[in-house]
Design a protein around this ligand. Structure first.
Ligand SMILES: C[S@@+](CC[C@H](N)C(=O)[O-])C[C@H]1O[C@@H](n2cnc3c(N)ncnc32)[C@H](O)[C@@H]1O
Length: 207
């Protein structure tokens, strides 16, 4: 499948108010489900321009924004420099290689990224391995959307997700105490021009 060029999208990524609001809603849901602490190291996988990363940043020891787009990471780095933040790191994930997460975290957050990731079993294995014992995971993504959410479907591998199926995959990958909430709801024109509501879940679990 043709890959989406997130480098091209990066400069204008934050200009869509709907995107910013969605990231704020996801971050709020993470914070209402997980008690963030100042001794926590967090990974935001598929961080983009850091819309979620920077909402969580004030409440944790460190947060690492990992992404496969240099363009997205450049925008996040500019924000880090502008705000003189000392606890936000960035990590480039080479899209041509299998993802290998080397460091250990208390929490992995992944917002609106998994619908671009083909092999969920593999990425869940990496998330599991990079968590400290008892570490937590928060995955936000679209509920199954019949392929209507994205007008540009380049690089969209999953048309949203069935929560029960994702929960099953996470449990098979070793995660426990899975639960989910609805983190956000977005009303927008679907790919065929009709107005429809799309919901975004937050799935929470622990190692
Ligand atoms: C829709 S954006 C979401 C950005 C951010 N999490 C947010 O909620 O605003 C998806 C991001 O995932 C990144 N991405 C896609 N596939 C990836 C992969 N295999 N590994 C790491 N990042 C990936 C893209 O570069 C992009 O920045």
């Amino acid at each position: 499948m043709e890959k989406r060029d997130f480098d091209k999208d990066a400069k204008s990524y934050d200009l869509k108010p709907g995107r910013v609001k969605l990231a704020q809603d996801v971050a709020k849901a993470v914070m209402s489900e997980i008690k963030l602490r100042d001794d926590m190291d967090v990974l935001d996988f598929g961080c983009g321009t850091g819309l979620v990363t920077l909402q969580l940043q004030p409440f944790v020891r460190t947060i690492t924004g990992a992404d496969s787009s240099h363009g997205m990471l450049d925008i996040l780095r500019a924000k880090i420099a502008e705000r003189k933040l000392t606890n936000v790191k960035t990590e480039f994930i080479d899209p041509e290689k299998s993802v290998v997460l080397k460091n250990k975290y208390h929490l992995v957050v992944c917002s609106m990224t998994l619908h671009h990731v083909e092999d969920l079993v593999y990425i869940f294995h990496e998330f599991y391995n990079c968590l400290l014992p008892g570490g937590q995971i928060c995955i936000a993504d679209l509920d199954f959307d019949e392929g209507e959410f994205h007008r540009d479907k380049t690089g969209v591998v999953h048309s949203g997700f069935d929560r029960a199926e994702m929960r099953r995959l996470l449990i098979a990958g070793g995660f426990q105490d899975m639960r989910d909430v609805t983190a956000a709801s977005v009303v927008r024109e679907s790919s065929d021009g009709r107005s429809r509501e799309f919901t975004v879940f937050l799935m929470i679990g622990r190692k």
